[in-house]
Write a protein that binds this ligand. Structure first.
Ligand code: PLP
Length: 457
């Protein structure tokens, strides 16, 4: 491993350390070891500025699913930049690609949806939903119906509101969550199931606890329930068996809208186009982002049902407008790229490839379950995680002074693999275009890494 002192002053690494503040990075270690500066990409591989090549085992941040050099995405961007490089969607203005993308999103949505609203990111999309829910309830004469339910270990973004939705302790750093943001159970059976209960019994318990929480808070004070179909940044946690079947009737009973945060799952990651299809989720609102442009442009979207849209329009009447929007929301270049990305995923074999190779990915992932320090191998489609444990019997984690997941991610780099540590899990979510041979290459690299960091005997 390199150290900061080994960088020449004019290197990208030294210049980065002098100039840039990194989010979600261990600032101390970063200063000691320097960043990995990615210079180019080809297919599922990226190359750093020293020419070292890596499999991008996380598709960047779950999003670069069609590879790092897709000519059609590049052409779509160039053509739109030539035609109309920028415009907005305020004051009743709009661009042709934005209209076409709104139509396309409604066409491919997993359940009937009424309108699409565009943002620049997943955080902005979830943030917009919260404001929509607050405005709707105010319009309906229920100004106290503002509480938002999320789940422990969920990740929904980093703005003030969406960090409040994100059930992670690090948000205490900002004095968050804000008041009125509540957390239900995390549906992780391996970690939270009791010895005596089956997986479906555990899901039923989550639903019963949810109902008790709703009743205790007052059902008419809860504006919405947010859920990722699979918790992604929580460490790839697919819901326990029949979890969504158990909780949806509870939400329906109390008239609480369900918001499916499809930022990671949307566009194929779980082996269906939407996570909602994998888990029979019938949301009132859908949030999408990441794969929408295959990572080539910052974009997010909110899809709302006709019923939600009607309520929003009614609530907006008092103000003469829907007083919300982003300067670059619905950017024509982003929309043109998104239209192309969706077409590539749906009609050019990319989604079909996910379906074809996911079994091999899951098979190789689950082979690690026999390792004495892998407590759980879990995943669905082209996403997976290996949960590291110090002791397999009692599932106890490694002590904080032994950050094995980070060590594995660091050593994996030496073997030419980018994978991500989340807590004590190693997370993988490769591009949708990965082949079976490349899946073997990825897991062979991970095996060599594990043999080095945590030898099996
Ligand atoms: C499920 C989910 N929602 C929202 C977000 C936030 O998206 P962004 O980082 O684009 O703001 C993320 C980011 O990883 C996510 O995984």
């Amino acid at each position: 491993m390199t150290s900061a002192s080994s960088f020449t002053p004019d290197s990208w690494e030294a210049r980065d350390l002098q100039s840039m503040l990194h989010g979600f990075s261990d600032l101390g270690t970063l200063h000691d070891h320097g960043p990995v500066v990615i210079a180019r990409g080809e297919g599922i591989y990226v190359e750093d500025s020293h020419g070292n090549r890596y499999i991008e085992g996380n598709s960047g941040l779950w999003n670069v699913v069609a590879g790092f050099d897709h000519p059609r995405l590049v052409n779509a961007a160039v053509e739109q930049i030539r035609k109309l490089p920028a415009y907005h969607a305020f004051f009743g203005r709009v661009t042709e690609p934005a209209v076409a993308l709104a139509e396309k999103m409604l066409e491919i949505a997993p359940v009937p949806m009424g309108k699409a609203f565009f943002t620049n990111s997943g955080s902005e999309a979830n943030d917009s939903v919260i404001k929509m829910l607050w405005m709707i309830n105010r319009g309906l004469g229920r100004p106290n119906c503002r509480k938002i339910l999320s789940r422990r270990n969920a990740y929904h973004g980093v703005t003030g509101l969406t960090a409040s939705l994100t059930g992670k302790d690090y948000n205490n750093a900002f004095g968050l969550p804000l008041e009125g943001f509540l957390f239900a159970d995390c549906p992780h059976y391996w970690r939270f199931g009791q010895d005596s209960e089956s997986e479906t019994e555990f899901s039923n318990r989550c639903a019963q606890n949810l109902e008790a929480q709703i009743v205790a808070e007052g059902p008419d004070t809860i504006a919405g329930f947010f859920a990722e179909p699979v918790m992604g940044a929580g460490g790839v946690i697919p819901p326990s068996e029949k979890y969504f079947d158990a909780i949806q009737p509870v939400l329906k009973k109390y008239g609480i809208p369900l918001i499916a945060d499809e930022v990671i799952c949307g566009f194929g990651r779980t082996g269906n186009l939407w996570g909602c299809q994998t888990y029979n989720i019938e949301p009132d609102i859908i949030v999408a982002s990441k794969c929408m442009t295959a990572g080539y442009f910052p974009m997010g979207a909110v899809l709302v049902s006709d019923e939600i849209n009607d309520k929003l329009v009614a609530a907006a009447a008092e103000f003469g407008e829907f007083p919300h929007g982003f300067t670059t929301g619905g950017h024509p270049v982003g929309c043109a790229i998104a239209l192309e990305a969706i077409d590539i995923i749906l009609n050019d074999g990319v989604f079909d490839n996910v379906v074809a190779v996911a079994p091999r990915f899951q098979e190789r992932l689950h082979q690690f379950a026999s390792h004495p320090h892998i407590g759980e191998a879990r995943g669905v489609g082209l996403m997976g995680a290996l949960e590291l444990v110090a002791n397999k019997e009692d599932k106890s984690p490694f002590p904080p002074e032994q950050p094995v997941a980070e060590q594995i991610a660091n050593v994996a780099l030496e073997h030419g693999l980018i994978c991500r540590p989340i807590g004590q899990a190693i997370v993988l979510a490769p591009p949708f275009i990965i082949s079976n041979r490349q899946i073997d290459e990825l897991f062979d690299k991970l095996q060599r890494t594990l043999d080095q960091v945590l030898p099996a005997s």
